[in-house]
Design a protein around this ligand. Structure first.
Ligand code: SF4
Ligand code: SF4
Length: 387
């Protein structure tokens, strides 16, 4: 197993499951399950015992390994330099070992099968991949400045499609020159990699890289931060050198230039950092600058933000497999309670998985009338007039 040599270095001090002020539980997997084996340090020791033959492969081991949301809170807060950088990759390596043994949980197996057979986790036909954009005109990339890469959630999930339309519509309002691939687009593979299927991920990455190179794409805007993470951090080693942006990164400058007008009275908005943009890629400011560029929007912050933000629980494939699980102590429900405590009327997000997880959580908490979950692009289009 990759990183097997670092497992013994964990001291089980427990800092990895907390934020910077040590006041809350900030590892979603531990927060939800409250057993030490579900914490980052516990998972390190469990992996070591497994590799040493002290425990056997079992469904419970699979559940523990796959309940990690790969949120990187542990990487941010473990005090041991260098060692900490490999924590999440060690957990992914544990999953890879389970994949090699053919012993993954059934939800993970179904996910891989769906991507292998249908090209997406929703088991929907490839020709329907571009349906979300039907009203935007014909799909296609023919040398525009950017390729807007949408990903599986934006292409097939109803809430994701709604948000993808808002993002594409906003980019159009702001005069961005972009093309989309519609039914020709393929899965980026970020969750496939996080779930430990390296062979399938390599295949998907190669397919995308070859297609984009053939089309002459050089600049990509991603709708989904998970796709941004894969294209930015994993594709270059496979020969895919593209200039990649998450859409929130290009908004602040464009919004300032466009000088939109407020449609309504001031709205208080809080922002949830998506892990794949924040802790994984240190982009904390662009989404905030985008919100602050909207007239009539007042940004109020939650207590746990940026590197201390609590993950919604959808990362590491959990959005699809739900191995982490729901309930009142689920990270998504904890997060919407944190958002509601600010008094904000809107919880803004910049990720389709966060949008869906937090939307559902607000309903489960019964606070959906007081706190509306909206993508930044939805906030912009609902609150501002362009042109
Ligand atoms: S991973 Fe780091 S912070 Fe967590 S228990 Fe081990 S040594 Fe401590
Ligand atoms: S990546 Fe997040 S969920 Fe996974 S062990 Fe670390 S803190 Fe917990």
């Amino acid at each position: 197993m990759r990183h097997a040599e670092i497992l013994h270095r964990c001291f089980r001090c427990g800092y990895c499951k907390l934020p910077s002020d040590y006041q809350d539980l900030n590892c979603p997997s531990y927060l939800r399950n409250r057993f030490e084996t579900f914490s980052p340090g516990g998972r390190m020791w469990l992996l070591r015992a497994w590799l040493d033959g002290e425990i056997k492969t079992s469904p419970r081991l699979g559940r523990i390994l796959y309940s990690c949301a790969t949120c990187n809170n542990c990487v941010e807060h473990c005090p041991f330099p260098k060692f900490k950088d490999d924590l999440v990759d060690a957990f992914i390596a544990g999953r890879e070992a389970l994949v090699d043994q053919g012993q993954v949980p059934s939800g993970v197996r179904d996910y891989f099968k769906a991507v292998q057979i249908s090209g997406n986790p929703y088991k929907k036909p490839q020709p329907e991949r571009g349906d979300w954009a039907r009203d935007l005109g014909p799909a296609g990339y023919s040398g525009q400045e950017y390729l807007l890469y949408v990903g599986c959630v934006g292409s097939y999930d109803e809430r994701g499609q709604q948000t993808a339309r808002a993002v594409a519509g906003l980019l159009k309002d702001l005069g961005v020159d972009f093309g989309i691939l519609g039914a020709e687009e393929h899965c980026d593979g970020n969750e496939v990699r996080a779930l430990g299927e390296t062979g399938l991920f390599a295949l998907l990455a190669r397919q995308n890289i070859e297609q984009w190179q053939k089309l002459g794409v050089s600049k990509i805007i991603t709708f989904d931060p998970h796709a941004y993470n894969a294209i930015k951090n994993e594709y270059p080693a496979r020969g895919g050198q593209f200039e990649v942006f998450h859409y929130a990164q290009i908004l602040p400058g464009l919004l300032r230039q466009a000088a939109p007008q407020a449609r309504d009275e001031t709205l208080s908005v809080t922002f949830h950092d998506p892990c794949s943009l924040g802790r994984h890629n240190q982009e904390y400011d662009a989404p905030r600058r985008a919100l602050q560029a909207l007239p009539g929007v007042k940004l109020v912050e939650m207590e746990l933000i940026k590197k201390d933000a609590l993950c919604c629980g959808g990362g590491g494939g959990n959005f699809f497999t739900d191995i982490l699980g729901g309930g009142p102590e689920s990270p998504a429900r904890s997060r919407v309670r944190q958002a509601a405590a600010t008094g904000a009327r809107v919880l803004a997000v910049a990720c389709p998985s966060c949008a869906k997880m937090l939307d559902t959580a607000a309903k489960d908490e019964g606070i959906e009338d007081d706190l509306t979950v909206m993508d930044i692009a939805e906030v912009a289009r609902a609150r501002c007039r362009f042109g």
